[in-house]
Structures are given as C-alpha cells and as structure tokens.
Design a protein around this ligand. Structure first.
Ligand SMILES: Nc1ncnc2c1ncn2[C@@H]1O[C@H](COP(=O)(O)OP(=O)(O)OP(=O)(O)O)[C@@H](O)[C@H]1O
Ligand SMILES: [Mg+2]
Length: 103
C-alpha cells in the first residue's frame, strides 16, 4: 500500500492462485502506480528503495526473494503494466533441507 498506492485514495489488491502440476502459482497484483521499467530489475536488490529517509531500507523484497528461492525452493518475478504484479511459484512439497543438523 505504501508503494503501490502512494498518493492514491483507493485501489485494489488481488491475490490469485492456481495449481500447475507439483507447484502452486500465486499472483499478487495491485492496480496502483506501478514500477518504472528501469527499476524493475533492481526491485529485489538489497538496499534498493525509493523511500530512503522516508522509512524504507530496501530490504523487504530482498528478504522475500531469499525466503522464496533459497528456503522454499520456489521463484518470484515482478512485472508492471497496470500497477504491479508479483508472480510466485512454490513447490507443493517442501524441498528436503540438506544441512539440517537436527534431523
Ligand atoms: N507494489 C509496488 N508498487 C510500486 N513499487 C513497489 C511495489 N512494491 C515495491 N515497490 C518498489 O520496490 C522498492 C523496494 O521494495 P523493498 O520492499 O525491498 O524496500 P522498501 O519497502 O522501500 O523498504 P523496506 O521493505 O526495507 O522497509 C520500493 O522502495 C518501491 O519503490
Ligand atoms: Mg518493503
């Protein structure tokens, strides 16, 4: 809401999902201000923020990316046409954790 609806009084966030074989695909979309083409590829970079000095550290999406790809074995992509859409794919069965000393 802070980013997508910056300067807006209303908007919509839609969360959809569908099963794709042994994965679930989640689409998280807003119809807000969107992200500029040149910023899209930097969105998951650590410390990339457009809210520097205004509460943003630029770590949120980097942590999201890391949890989804490293911990959960999925992937995440972003696109921006009308507003912003994040596409997340997650395996239905969690990947086996190789270096888990507690097993
Ligand atoms: N839904 C969105 N619509 C438009 N821009 C977005 C959206 N989500 C993220 N962004 C952009 O991506 C940048 C990086 O997001 P990220 O969550 O990594 O950092 P942040 O929210 O600025 O700070 P932090 O999450 O560390 O508090 C944001 O500063 C913003 O410019
Ligand atoms: Mg954030």
């Amino acid at each position: 809401m802070l980013h997508g609806f910056d300067g807006k009084q209303e908007g919509a966030i839609k969360i959809r999902f569908n099963l794709l074989g042994d994965e679930v695909r989640i689409l998280f979309s807003d119809d807000g201000v969107g992200v500029k083409e040149e910023s899209l590829k930097k969105l998951f970079d650590p410390f990339y923020t457009t809210k520097l000095g205004k509460g943003g550290s630029g770590l949120g999406l980097n942590i999201v990316h890391s949890i989804i790809t490293n911990l959960m074995g999925g992937d995440i992509h972003v696109e921006s046409r009308i507003g912003t859409t994040f596409e997340i794919k997650l395996p239905l069965v969690a990947q086996h954790k190789k270096d888990n000393n507690h097993e």
